[in-house]
Design a protein around this ligand. Structure first.
Ligand SMILES: O=P(O)(O)OC[C@H]1O[C@H](OP(=O)(O)OP(=O)(O)O)[C@H](O)[C@@H]1O
Ligand SMILES: Nc1ncnc2[nH]cnc12
Length: 236
């Protein structure tokens, strides 16, 4: 890790600690993190930065658990098992905290493009793309005007309805590495269409990630399609 990467990791750890501190006293934060309350106070107030190893622990372990818990608290599941996650996907600052934690906790190769499906995956994809410093692309259920060439992926869903996603062909180049993300994965049909688009582009899959897995079907379906890491931050 070079000096800039170390500094970035240390600052991300401070962001995670500040988020946790919003709903905790320093004693409670010490209990959550296992770190001394005095040190935490200095980190949160910006007087001292945590050392690299401590920062890594905060971002990868403590951060992942804490963000999963925060995500769980923001999700509403209705009587039929459908998820309302607008409390998450509308909150770009929360997603900006999720991005480094996800990038460090899952073993995704650094992508050239973060790909999602419109609509609800877009804010997560934007956060991850911004974290990696890469492009963000989203496939849509309709063709964008003025674009001449599209990659199309079509599938007949379990419901019998045919679904087509369109991505401007220039969004992904052959040989690029693509991280496929979405807010939610249930049947895995959407992720499969995104993986079809990656295949048609002759690009590589860096990983598949969803904030929420509703059941295990979608995760299994994605794992059948790629050897790259597949995971979610939480499941319902
Ligand atoms: O794993 P699956 O069964 O394919 O379900 C997951 C997809 O469903 C939702 O999108 P939706 O089609 O509702 O579109 P939206 O993002 O515009 O709400 C969600 O955002 C995922 O993209
Ligand atoms: N919001 C949602 N909750 C559960 N399953 C879904 N499939 C598509 N959208 C969904």
């Amino acid at each position: 890790m070079n000096r800039a990467e170390k500094a970035a990791l240390q600052l991300r750890a401070v962001d995670v600690l500040r988020m946790l501190k919003e709903t905790r006293t320093y004693d409670e934060l010490a209990e959550t993190t296992g770190l001394p309350a005095g040190d935490l106070n200095r980190y949160v107030n910006g007087h001292v930065l945590p050392g690299t190893e401590r920062a890594r622990e905060v971002v990868e372990d403590i951060g992942r658990e804490a963000l999963a818990a925060e995500l769980d608290a923001r999700i509403r599941v209705d009587d039929e098992g459908y998820v309302d996650n607008s409390g998450t996907v509308f909150d770009q600052s929360f997603l900006d905290l999720v991005a480094p934690v996800v990038a460090n906790a899952f073993e995704f190769d650094r992508p050239d493009v973060v790909l999602t499906a419109a609509t609800d995956g877009i804010t997560l994809a934007a956060s991850l793309a911004s974290y990696y410093g890469t492009r963000c692309a989203y496939a849509k259920k309709s063709k964008e005007t003025a674009v001449e060439e599209f990659i199309e992926a079509r599938q007949r869903l379990q419901s019998g309805i045919e679904l087509t996603y369109y991505l401007p062909a220039a969004a992904i180049d052959a040989g690029e590495s693509v991280l496929v993300v979405d807010d939610l994965i249930r049947s895995g049909e959407t992720q499969e269409l995104l993986l079809d688009i990656v295949g048609t582009s002759e690009a590589e899959v860096a990983g598949v990630f969803a904030l929420i897995a509703a059941g295990e079907d979608g995760i299994h379906r994605a794992r059948d399609r790629t050897d790259a890491p597949v995971g979610s931050l939480t499941s319902v």
